[in-house]
Every structure is written in C-alpha cells, then in structure tokens.
Design a binder for this molecule. Structure first.
Ligand SMILES: Cc1cc2nc3c(=O)[nH]c(=O)nc-3n(C[C@H](O)[C@H](O)[C@H](O)COP(=O)(O)OP(=O)(O)OC[C@H]3O[C@@H](n4cnc5c(N)ncnc54)[C@H](O)[C@@H]3O)c2cc1C
Length: 411
C-alpha cells in the first residue's frame, strides 16, 4: 500500500470482504436486522461474464423466505427444468427437477451481475448498510491475536474498517484466506472448461443437454435466445487447443453437436471464449478469532452440478442464522464461528466427494476417448427406477440438506 496517503477509518459491526453471492446475501440479511454492515467489493461493478448464472431451487427457496423470489422472477431469465445426456442409445434424463417437491422446480438462469445488483439494491434501503465498490482489501488488522478489521485502498486513498467480525467472502483466489494463512486441502479435477455462447433457435431442444465425442464433453445450457456452452477439456490442454486454432474448436464442436453447424461461425475469435481452470479445495479451519471465511473463499467448488453459487448462498444464510444474535449482543466468540463451519463443512465435503466421483468415473473417461459415452447399465437402471431416479436432481437442487432462513430473520 502507498505510504503517503491519509487513512480514513470507520467502524462497523460486520465487515464483509467480497460482493459475490455469499457476501451480498449475508450483508442483506444483516442489514435488514439493523446490524451495521460494510460490504467491500474490489471491482467497480458486478459485471462478470461466464460466472455462475445458475440459481438452484435451494437458493430460490431462500430468496422466497426473504420475500424476494417474486420480484427476482420479474428480471429477464430462463428456466432449466432438467438435464439430459445424449448417448448413441438415446437420450438419458439425468435430472428432472419437475418431480421435486418445491415451489421452484427448475434452475433459474440469470446473469450473476443482475442478481448481485438486485440484492445490493435491496440492502441499500437500510442506512446501516454501506457498499464500497472499487475497494480492494490488502491487509488484515490484527490486535491481541484477533482480527479486528481490514485495510483497503481505493481511488480516494487508504481506508481502515474496524469491525467486531470480519467475513472473507472474496472468492476462489481469496486474499483473506491467504492473509490468514489458512491451510487448504486440494483435489485435482481432471478438466478445465471453455465457456462461450452461440445463438439458440426457438425450435431447438430445451434445458441442459450434455454429450461427448472427440475427447471432449459439451454441455449446452438454454438461455432463451442463446446457448451457453461449456466445452470441457483435459486439464492443462488449453494452450494446445488454442494453438490448433478457433476453426479446429468449431469443427470439434460440430462433430459433437451437429445441430450447431449452422451457427458455429458466430464463434470468431478467442476473446469470445472464457477459460475456467477447474479447482476443488477447502480450507481446514474456516475461522479464527474475529474472522470467518464463507463461500468459495472457504471451499472452491468444481463446476459439476453448478452448485457453487448455491453453496455460497447457503453458507451466508447459516452464518446469518448463527451470528445475528451475537453481533447484536456485541460479542462474537470463536464457538459461534466454529458453529458455522460445523453446519456447512459436511454438506461441502459431501458434494465435493460426489463431484470427485463424477469427474473420475465419467468426465475423465470421456476426455480420454473419442467414442460416445457408454453409460454403465447400473447407472441407466438407477435413472429409470422411480425411487432412485430423482436422487441426482435432489442433490443438485438442494445439496446434502436444505438450508432455511431462521423465521426471525425473514423480514
Ligand atoms: C467461469 C466460471 C463459471 C462458473 N459457473 C458456475 C455455474 O454455472 N454455477 C454455479 O453455481 N457456479 C459457477 N461458478 C462458481 C461460482 O461463480 C462461485 O462458486 C460463486 O460465485 C461463489 O460465490 P462467492 O460469493 O463465494 O465468491 P465470488 O462470486 O467469487 O465473489 C467474490 C467477490 O470478492 C471480490 N474480491 C476478491 N478479492 C477481493 C479483495 N481483496 N477485496 C475486495 N473484494 C474482493 C471479487 O471481485 C468478487 O466479486 C463459476 C465460476 C467461474 C469462474
């Protein structure tokens, strides 16, 4: 940080670093409870292309409990009611959300920027909420073994925020996790993902479609007039694919999804393609005195099942459920922070195990072969047996268990 700028200091009860889904939802719930809260976001806006745009039934139920689901649905969005794998033997339905018991039997596809603007606009109604954009946190302030706030720099200069509780919700490359020297347990997903968009026609198939061929997996997500396409590649092979040229990518795509032949020309240059280096990790201890990590800062999720946003939102709700009263009382103890990890660690480990299994058994095999996937008989049987077939949909929709906003925090 620069040495000769003056330092502005302000105090709040809870300082949240990172205005992603985890930080924004936690800030909103605290703001509604009249708890002084500051949300610090490094970027000047929420625009993000190809971030998680999937809001699953679990998160929609939470937004409903907060009284926001109806208005959220007024924003332009599409709905995915299920997912299918297309194999030589026919289409295999992997998840049908319509059969789940929920008011929201679909995945809502909404640009993450619109979601975050919506949530932070709600929070701005409360004078005890402060949103600081362009505020990149660089340092923790520690006193007597506790984190008591952070220092950040923006265009106006240096700032210190002092808080009873600091929350690191600053995503997969978390600076807070790094500053707190947290030990991270990592696994090695076998893939990376290239994201891009192509036009979608009204007579195209609907929902989420997956299929493989020529050593790649292609997942197509229905976004009304566009397909959002995930082209899954072997980990570390992006350089090779790029060197082969965009035309080779177009040809490979058409060989796997021939119906895209009439529009693949829209993919003209590499800047239309975003590369996601897939990671999966979790920190061993999500807290220390005065500091809690949530969302991707605590656990980076693989894109399998697209659960990252929903787990981030569930973490935020559990943190709010657990911490509102201690924050109101002005006393946050380590046991309160430990309780958040206790409630969220197992659901996270559970889903990460399942993702690792799918990556090992399905994705890694698909990426090693040029032939269309032969789905094992046992998997076909499960997906056709009434009592078992909805297990994948339930796991994707809700995770290990549903999280609810405490009734006292709903208004
Ligand atoms: C390309 C891509 C595609 C994805 N697709 C999906 C999907 O389809 N479905 C899904 O559920 N998930 C998806 N994910 C994952 C999903 O985006 C994350 O799991 C989710 O956003 C995590 O939420 P979060 O609030 O924990 O962190 P983030 O959303 O990462 O938010 C962290 C915020 O902290 C800010 N920040 C970082 N450092 C600092 C700092 N030092 N000071 C202040 N602010 C800081 C960042 O600017 C960011 O706004 C995808 C991720 C990527 C990268």
């Amino acid at each position: 940080m620069s040495e000769n700028k003056s330092v502005e200091t302000f105090e709040t009860s809870c300082c949240i670093v990172g205005g992603g889904p985890a930080g924004a939802i936690l800030a909103l719930i605290l703001a509604r409870q009249k708890i002084p809260v500051a949300l610090l976001e490094a970027h000047d806006d929420f625009e993000r292309d190809f971030r998680g745009d999937t809001i699953h039934p679990s998160a929609l139920e939470i937004l409903d409990e907060l009284g926001l689901a109806a208005r959220l649905h007024e924003l332009p969005h599409s709905k995915i009611h299920g997912g299918s794998f297309m194999t030589p033997g026919g289409t295999l339905t992997v998840a049908d959300f319509r059969r789940l018991k929920t008011r929201f039997p679909y995945i809502m596809m909404l640009p993450q920027a619109h979601f975050l603007e919506f949530i932070t606009e709600e929070a701005k109604q409360y004078t005890n909420f402060q949103l600081r954009m362009g505020a990149r946190v660089e340092e923790l302030i520690e006193e007597s073994g506790s984190v008591v706030g952070v220092r950040y720099e923006d265009e106006a200069g240096l700032h210190e925020v002092r808080a009873l509780l600091t929350v690191g919700a600053d995503g997969r490359s978390s600076r807070m996790r790094h500053l707190a020297k947290k030990e991270v347990v990592k696994t090695s997903p076998p893939m990376d993902v290239l994201w891009f968009r192509l036009p979608r026609r009204s007579d195209d198939a609907e929902g989420l479609l997956a299929r493989n061929g020529s050593g790649h997996l292609v997942v197509m997500l229905d976004r009304l007039d566009e397909w959002q396409i995930a082209y899954v590649i072997l980990k570390g092979s992006y350089g090779e694919i790029r060197a082969a040229g965009i035309d080779a990518l177009r040809q490979s795509l058409v060989s796997i999804a021939p119906e895209l032949a009439d529009r693949v020309a829209h993919l003209k240059e590499w800047k239309q393609v975003a590369m996601l280096a897939v990671e999966s990790s979790r920190v061993k201890q999500w807290y220390q005195p005065g500091l809690l990590l949530i969302g991707d800062a605590a656990h980076v999720m693989s894109p399998v099942g697209g659960v990252g946003i929903n787990y981030a939102i569930q973490d935020a709700v559990v943190a709010a459920n657990t911490l509102v009263e201690p924050l109101r009382a002005g006393r946050i103890e380590v046991r309160h922070l430990r309780e958040v990890q206790r409630q969220r660690e197992w659901p996270t480990r559970f889903i990460q195990r399942i993702q690792a299994f799918v990556q090992r058994v399905l994705v890694a095999n698909v990426l090693r072969t040029d032939r269309p996937l032969q789905v094992p008989r046992i998997v076909r049987l499960i997906l056709r047996t009434p009592l078992l077939r909805d297990i994948p949909a339930r796991i994707i929709a809700f995770g290990l268990k549903r999280v609810h906003v405490k009734p006292s925090l709903r208004s």
